[in-house]
Structure formats: structure tokens, C-alpha cells
Design a protein around this ligand. Structure first.
Ligand code: BES
Ligand code: ZN
Ligand code: ZN
Length: 498
């Protein structure tokens, strides 16, 4: 794991293997951003010219290496693009991404210093988090020496008088960054290794490490408790389901949040089997549960003055002789019955049980996170999650929270007319399919049926951004991204500070 440190030494005298500077697109070509003054000086004012000769433009995502000039202790300079030059300072997401690009580009390097334009604690935190997230690599299944090691240490420079703030900022970023990277590991782990029982065991161990209370309901306890949704989804698999509760409490908390994560460790579709081309990445179907777990641990590590209970609804959705059939009726936790018309609409079934169970504890707010529908990916693309809620203010708040932490989201409606097709069944109280059009909203409406009267509830459909299949960009690697964790943690933080 990459180490973060804060240093008050001067950039020129800093012993590092690489110095990272920011470059931007100015009105007359490339400009070097503030923070890199020592490097500009060492190049005798010719740095922008040299970089332009090398093809650098300052565009976002760009990374250009050059040998350092005499007078610098480091041998290498890396210039990362910040996009359009912004004299008044760069927004946090630009800094996060630039640090991420730097960390990715410098894999294999032992120690790198970031001389990017950051002064406030918030800006330093953004650099630290971007650097930690960008240094992520998943190597569990590769032989030793098969790839470059992540950058060993990232040094953030701070003026002596602000070094205490900078240190605290780096510590906050470390807590959050490590938990996001842990979630990414869980998502990237092959589904034959991360079945519900294994996930629950990891949650128990990590909970113990951080002093969190973790309770696991196994298949027997689930049957005894009447969790028909979770059991119905898991019953076709040789790996039985689990419901994990992880609780963080703070003595000064004035509010309690319940976060619920969809944890389908593999979604084959079940008897309504997915065709080839649609199941290769379905190990990512537990990204919601990974996000929720990470958020609760991060809330604890940050010491937020709020109670946060995480619920991980874990099951493996497989076809077999014991699997739930299209046409079966499940009796959900709390007593509602659901006719399962498509076993591939399984996420809403495990979530429904968890929503009812979480509601029994009367939280102030419930937020569920789920890779719930392909329809949401069609609607919003691969980088934006949908936000639905039974309360307009809460939906707006979550969307704005996401924006504040640099996550792309968009508010989506729960149109009343789409409910009818789901509840007008002759067989059961509900069916797990509604109209095809607006499928992401139909799924949201299904979940809403299980929210207890008087509880504010929101639903984040992260099916698009949870798993990144393209080339890495910014601090986002290929594979599990850790989508929604920053939003959940900031939401908890804002609740604590309200
Ligand atoms: N896990 C999938 C949704 C998904 C799709 C996640 C793409 C990530 C990327 C979910 O369980 C599913 O299969 N949903 C069905 C629902 C349909 C049968 C009503 C879908 O979206 O097609
Ligand atoms: Zn499915
Ligand atoms: Zn699924």
C-alpha cells in the first residue's frame, strides 16, 4: 500500500525519485501551475518551453516525463495536465484526478513528491485521496514480479505553518482511500473466492480490526427469521446466503443512518440465465455491499458523530435444481409475498428483506446502494449513478453530496403510474417485474414498497459506475471503482455536523 507523508522541506532540496508538477492550458499555450516554482527556477524559466517541445499541452489526463534540471535533488520531473488554467485555484476533483494520473504513471517509483497547486487543507486532502486511489493495483492472482509495484510513498508539501492541517488532511484521505481500495479488492476478487460466507468472514475480521460490531445471519438464521427474499435468491447456489449487520455508534450521535448494500457475489441471472456477454463482469454485483461496508468502516475511522448501521444482503444468484423458478412465490421478511417472474431481477429481492429489517430499528434515513438495473446504465451511461428517493429533499441532498465529493450522479423520478404493473398481480402482493420501459425506476418503485411509513429512504443505482471496463483514467482503475463510498461518507459527515 502506498504511504502518504507531509513534508515542510523545500521542493529543491527534497530527496525523492520524482517531482510531480501541474501544467495547464493558458491563453497562449502551456503554463506551469503554482506549487512548482522551485522546478521552474531550476529550468531557468524554460520549463514551459521544454514541455511544449515534448508535446505537452496541459490537457487533463496528460502525463509527460522529463529529466530534472541541475539544482534539484530528484532525477525525474512528471508534468500532469490540469486542463484549462484556473488562476484562482483548481477544483478538488481536478486535483484528485491529476494526483491519480501521477500515481498511476509513477508505478514502480519508490518516492514521489507532489508539487501541485494545493494550499488549503481541502486541496491537500484532494491530492492525497487522488494519489492513494490512483496508486491502487489488484495483484492477487498474478505471479510475483509480473507488474510494477505501486508508487511506494507520496510526499505532500506543506508550508510549516499549515503543516498540522495538512497532516490531518492526509490522515483523513488515508482512512477513506484505504477503505475505498479495500472495497475495490472485494469487487475485483474472483467470485469463486468471494462467495457470501467469505464476504461475511472478511467483514467480521475487518470489523474486529476497527472495533465495530458485526452480526452475521447464516442460512439457518435467515430461514428462522423468515428472510424469504435473500433465501429465495441464494437457494440455487452451493454457497448459501448471508445477511451481515455492521454497526458503528458514536456517544454524541444525534442521528442514525442505515446503509444497505446489494451483495450478489455473482449474478448469473439464475434460471432466467444471462446470455454470454452479460455475465462476465457480474462478480461486480456486490459493489453496493462493498461500498456500504467501506463507508461504515470509514465513518468509524474518521470518528464521525453519527450512528451508522450497514446491512450487507449477500447471496449468489445461480441456476440449479434447487433454484427459485420464474413463477415461484416468495414470502419476504415482514410478510409481503412476491411472485418472481424473472430470477435475474434478484437485487430488489435481497434488498427488500434488508430494507424491512433495517426499518425495524427506526433509522432517521435509509440509503441503499445497488448495481440494480441495466436500464440505469442505458439511461445514464457508465460513470453516473441514479438517485431515487421517497423524499425530494433527500434526493436533492444526495445528488449534491455526490457532486461535492466529485462523484457523478443524477436525480431520477419514481413515477406513480409505473407502480401499477408491479402490484396488480393475481397471484401475490407484488411481482418482481413491471413495465420494461423505465426499468431502473420500476426497480426503485419495487424497493419503495418495503420502506416503513415515515422513514426517509433513498436508492442509489450504481450499475453504471461500479465497475470500469475501459482504460484507467484519473484515479479510476480498471475493474471495481468504489463508487458511492465518498458520497455515503460525506453524507454521514454532513449528518454528524448538522
Ligand atoms: N445485476 C443486474 C444489473 C446490472 C446490469 C448490473 C449491468 C451491472 C451492470 C441485475 O440483477 C439485473 O440483471 N437486472 C435486470 C432486471 C430485469 C430482469 C428486470 C436487468 O437490468 O436487465
Ligand atoms: Zn440480475
Ligand atoms: Zn444483479
Amino acid at each position: 500500500m502506498t504511504a502518504l507523508s507531509v513534508s515542510t522541506s523545500s521542493a529543491a532540496s527534497l530527496r525523492a525519485d520524482a517531482l510531480v508538477i501541474g501544467v495547464a492550458k493558458g491563453p497562449k499555450g502551456l503554463v506551469v501551475a503554482s506549487g512548482a516554482e522551485a522546478v521552474v527556477e531550476a529550468f531557468e524559466g524554460k520549463l514551459a518551453e521544454v514541455l511544449t517541445t515534448l508535446g505537452a499541452t496541459g490537457a487533463e489526463g496528460e502525463a509527460v516525463k522529463l529529466p530534472a534540471a541541475a539544482g534539484l535533488k530528484a532525477p525525474l520531473v512528471l508534468a500532469v495536465g490540469l486542463g484549462e488554467s484556473a488562476e484562482g485555484g483548481y477544483d478538488a476533483e481536478t486535483l484528485r484526478r491529476a494526483a491519480g494520473v501521477a500515481a498511476r504513471t509513477l508505478a514502480g517509483v519508490k518516492k514521489a513528491a507532489l508539487l501541485l497547486p494545493a494550499e488549503s487543507a481541502e486541496e491537500i486532502e484532494a491530492l492525497a485521496l487522488g494519489g492513494l486511489l490512483g496508486s491502487y493495483s489488484f495483484g492477487s492472482y498474478k505471479g510475483a514480479g509480473s507488474g510494477k509495484e505501486p508508487v511506494g510513498e507520496l510526499v505532500l508539501l506543506a508550508a510549516r505553518k499549515g503543516s498540522k492541517d495538512a497532516k490531518a488532511a492526509a490522515e483523513r484521505a488515508t482512512a477513506l482511500g484505504e477503505e475505498i481500495n479495500r472495497a475495490r479488492d472485494l469487487i475485483n476478487t474472483a467470485p469463486n473466492d468471494l462467495h457470501p460466507k467469505a464476504f461475511a468472514a472478511i467483514a467480521q475480521a475487518a470489523g474486529k480490526e476497527h472495533g465495530l460490531k458485526v452480526e452475521v445471519l447464516d442460512e439457518k438464521a435467515l430461514a428462522k427469521g423468515g428472510f424469504g427474499g435473500i433465501l429465495g435468491v441464494g437457494v440455487g447456489s452451493a454457497n448459501p446466503p448471508r445477511l451481515v449487520k455492521v454497526a458503528y455508534t458514536h456517544p454524541k450521535a444525534k442521528a442514525t443512518l442505515a446503509f444497505i448494500g446489494k451483495g450478489i457475489t455473482y449474478d448469473s441471472g439464475g434460471i432466467s440465465l444471462k446470455p454470454a456477454g452479460h455475465n462476465e463482469t457480474m462478480k461486480c454485483d456486490m459493489s453496493g455491499a462493498a461500498a456500504v461496508f467501506a463507508a461504515v468502516v470509514a465513518a468509524k475511522r474518521l470518528g464521525l458523530a453519527v450512528n451508522v448501521t450497514g446491512w450487507l444482503a449477500l447471496a449468489e444468484n445461480m441456476p440449479s435444481g434447487s433454484a427459485t423458478r420464474p413463477g415461484d412465490v416468495l414470502r419476504m421478511y415482514g410478510g409481503k409475498t412476491v411472485e418472481v417472474l424473472n430470477t435475474d431481477a434478484e437485487g430488489r429481492l435481497v434488498l427488500a428483506d434488508a430494507i424491512v429489517r433495517a426499518g425495524e430499528e427506526n433509522p432517521d434515513v435509509i440509503v441503499d446502494v445497488a448495481t440494480l438495473t441495466g436500464a440505469m446504465v442505458l439511461a445514464l451511461g457508465n460513470r453516473t449513478f441514479g438517485v431515487m428517493a421517497n423524499d425530494d429533499e433527500l434526493r436533492t441532498r444526495l445528488h449534491e453530496t455526490a457532486e461535492a465529493v466529485g462523484e457523478q450522479s443524477w436525480p431520477m423520478p419514481l413515477p406513480a403510474e409505473l407502480r401499477k404493473a408491479m402490484v396488480d398481480t393475481t397471484i401475490a402482493d407484488l411481482q418482481n417485474m413491471g413495465e420494461r420501459m423505465g426499468g431502473g425506476l420500476v426497480a426503485g418503485l419495487f424497493l419503495k414498497e418495503f420502506v416503513a411509513e415515515g422513514i426517509d429512504w433513498a436508492h442509489l443505482d450504481i450499475a453504471g459506475p461500479a465497475f470500469h471496463e475501459g482504460a484507467p483514467y484519473g484515479y479510476t482503475p480498471k475493474g471495481g471503482t468504489g463508487s458511492a463510498i465518498r458520497t455515503l461518507v460525506r453524507f454521514a459527515e454532513d449528518t454528524a455536523n448538522a
